[in-house]
Design a protein around this ligand. Sequence first.
Ligand code: FE2
Length: 246
Amino acid sequence: MRRLIVSDIHANLEALEAVLADAKGLYDEIVCCGDLVGYGASPAEIVEWARKDVSLIVRGNHDRVCAGLDDHDWFNSKAQAAVRWTVNELTEDQLAWLAALPAGPLFVDGFMLAHGSPADEDAYLMEYEEVYTLVEMLVRPICFIGHTHFQGAWTWYRDDLYALQGPVAGRSETVHQLSPQNHYLINSGSVGQPRDRDPRAAYAIWDSATRELHLRRIAYDIASAQRRILDAGLPQFLAERLATGH
Ligand SMILES: [Fe+2]
């Protein structure tokens, strides 16, 4: 089974369309680690796409807040503005669908799926110390996550932890051969608002037969996504940051 792994689309239709075009023919089903909405200007389109085409999904913190399951006091002012705008854009039916998304982790075949961490859906996993002890939580040897908007993976080997990188600027893909003996925590990166200083949309393809993990980046029409954000009256910063990937 070949799975397209996407996360943190954040209502960026231009970025999602570029990913789907780039990955065309390379996958059998789509898996999403959450944050469909928030920040970008196409939440309704992204929700409808997910309802129709995504096989497996966990909710993200922005999905939870926009669905009214949590208040947005802990968001910064720009994210709060995006929440208020997003709620107005979605129908009752779309909001109810968002509210019903499961919290991670989900367990499927040989892998698991979470938004922030298998231990806490809101945790940001960035540092060695935070990730190292999580191997205890990996009920399956592979866990896909999102939330940080940084693409990459970690693996445990002989009591140590190693990072697997995504493609550097100028390259569109890195391929990692995953060992059946090891555990992996994999962040496919953010489709719609990368923060690892590479503005290209990020995603992954996991082929469970060949055990190849493809970490991929694709350029998209950032100017169009920015225009849509500004036309919607969303904060200018949310448009600007798409160009820097930061
Ligand atoms: Fe996110």
